[in-house]
Ligand binder design. Sequence first.
Ligand code: 7TS
Length: 406
Amino acid sequence: MDASVRAQFPILDQEVNGHPLVYLDSAATSQKPRAVLDAVRHYYEWDNSNVHRGVHTLGSRATDAYEGAREKVAKFIGAARPEEIVFNRGTTVGLNLVAASYGNANVKEGDEIVITPIEHHSNLIPWQQLAKRTGATLKYIEPNPDGTIDVEAAGKVITDRTKIVAIAYVSNVMGVVHPVKEIGALAHKHGAIIVVDGAQSTPHMKIDVQDLDCDFYAFSGHKMCAPTGIGVLYGKKALLENMEPVEFGGEMIDDVGLYDSTWKELPWRFEGGTPIIAGAVGLGAAIDFLTELGMDNVAEHEHRLAMYAMRRIGEIEGLQVFGPQERKVGIVTFNLDEVHPHDVATVLDSYGVAIRAGHHCCQPLMRWLNVSSTARASFYLYNNEQDIDRLIDALIRTKEYFGDAT
Ligand code: 7TS
């Protein structure tokens, strides 16, 4: 990625606390290129209207833009058809839909749901709740000491009683890529489905849901250059077709009587109410932007940056990095001596370096790591080696500052 890519993100061109901004919090949310900002603005300035109802020109344009974005998403993740793409507010909503709709209908007492202790709360609590509602048992795949997950470990907990296996493709704390294709094949062998949390994978690598052969795949637009408020649930047609909606109202019905109603066909039956039209337009523009860069190039850039960051961070004494040495995705989580991660993030911010500190919505993982919180730097296509050098410099100063203070 050359400087011209970074130049397309206007927000990066500013000073924070007297220093040029270094944004290293893209795992929380990514920044947006001008092409996305322009597409959303253009939509509101020219095409804004509600979809699927008006016969007027703006209504048709808005509908075309919204449904056009669905086609782009389908192509981007290798789905067989656009009706397998359900728009929603984000990963959290998609995973909850699967748990509430597919889960309620297919999981009963004595069944098993298999996840990992590494999951983001959004891919943990919906299954916890489903287990509580149905009397099913929630089981955990034991990670290796470095946070990686093996198919062999999955094989120890997936049984013929397993109905659902849910796992993140990429961990939002340790940046580890999990073998979801192999775990999915194992789940299928036992008659279970595999649900993939794609929040941290879709922005960073080429995704092919048909090749992965996953049954459901959820992700958020805002982590991949699109606006907040738009997300996607991919589901295999054969499964979505047999699922009940969980939200009822306008836009999702076929016929409404006084005492009963019927639903629209896929995917609209899962999109009750006025949808996130401008968000979908923004996501379509983000996909065009990423496709033009090439997802393999994005992945290659991040891999290089992640390995550079691991090397440089390793030079700082007293800094503990969580997860394996080898990194594909640009997420590096660490703690600095006895300094609280919030203090690290605060001092880094005073040097214009934005990172996240906390439990990263992964409290069971924090307990597994035996810490209460960590600091996390996460990179994206607009970051470069200078950003990592600035991170390292600021970390060295933080260490000196707290070293002097104690
Ligand atoms: N799953 C993973 C793996 C995530 O990283 C996140 C968000 C979610 C699910 C939820 O996505 P949402 O768009 O529905 O909120 N992760 C983070 C993070 O790591 N820091 O802030 C948000």
